[in-house]
Design a protein around this ligand. Structure first.
Ligand code: GRF
Length: 210
């Protein structure tokens, strides 16, 4: 494809890979100007690996179980991502916590998508957490990844009203639609550059500069 290296991304997955698919589709539709240089899964059975292969994207399975400690696992991830000259790492359902070895290798260059309106409901099963809490509005967030679990600066959010008839499953399905919409948008904004972080606040570039 020959996209410049500043727009090469790596995507880390552990499972289904529907957000990976949303990125693949957005690139194909030219809504997102990027090239996925590499998809890494920590599980060999992740369905997302097949999605990547079908799109002609290089894949690697790197299992955390093959390494004695998190640092050693993360060193391999870092090496493989750097080798592909990816400028941005996108977590898409990647179910491992990342430590300093990985975070320090890609400062302000790791994105994650989370199925809640952060800072509400960090952690696993966020859609069910929101439903059980009885919130009237749920949603999705794309944020930069820091050492705080689901706590980094917010790039994009989308609200999803909760209906009385919703179950955790129907709510999660509508949240997922929004994840698929905002993740490519957020990746594009970050790759365009010109943004700043002020305190906790992600400030996009002024429209003229983008
Ligand atoms: C998504 O709901 C994402 O927000 C969360 O994990 C799920 C991954 O789904 N972090 P998929 O693998 O992208 O389909």
């Amino acid at each position: 494809m020959g996209t410049d290296t500043a727009r090469r991304i790596a995507v880390l997955i552990s499972g289904r890979g529907s957000n990976l698919q949303a990125l693949i589709d957005a690139i194909a539709d030219r809504r997102l100007r990027a090239e996925i240089a590499l998809v890494i899964s920590n599980r060999a059975d992740a369905a997302g690996l097949e999605r990547a292969r079908a799109a002609g994207i290089e894949t690697l399975t790197i299992s955390h179980r093959d390494y004695p400690a998190r640092e050693a696992f993360e060193e391999v991830l870092v090496r493989e991502i750097r080798r592909r000259r990816a400028a941005l790492v996108c977590l898409a359902g990647f179910m491992r916590l990342l430590g300093r070895t990985f975070l320090d290798a890609f400062p302000n260059a790791i994105l994650n998508v989370h199925p809640s309106l952060l800072p509400a409901f960090p952690g696993v099963d966020a859609q069910r957490q929101a439903w059980e809490h009885g919130t009237k509005v749920a949603g999705a967030t794309v944020h930069l990844v820091t050492g705080d679990l689901d706590g980094g600066p917010i790039v994009c959010q989308a609200a999803v009203p909760v209906a009385d008839a919703d179950t955790p499953e129907t709510l999660a399905a509508r949240i997922l639609e929004q994840e698929h919409r905002i993740y490519p948008e957020a990746v594009d904004i970050v790759l365009d550059g010109g943004w700043t972080i002020q305190g906790r606040r992600f400030r996009p570039a002024a429209p003229a500069a983008r």
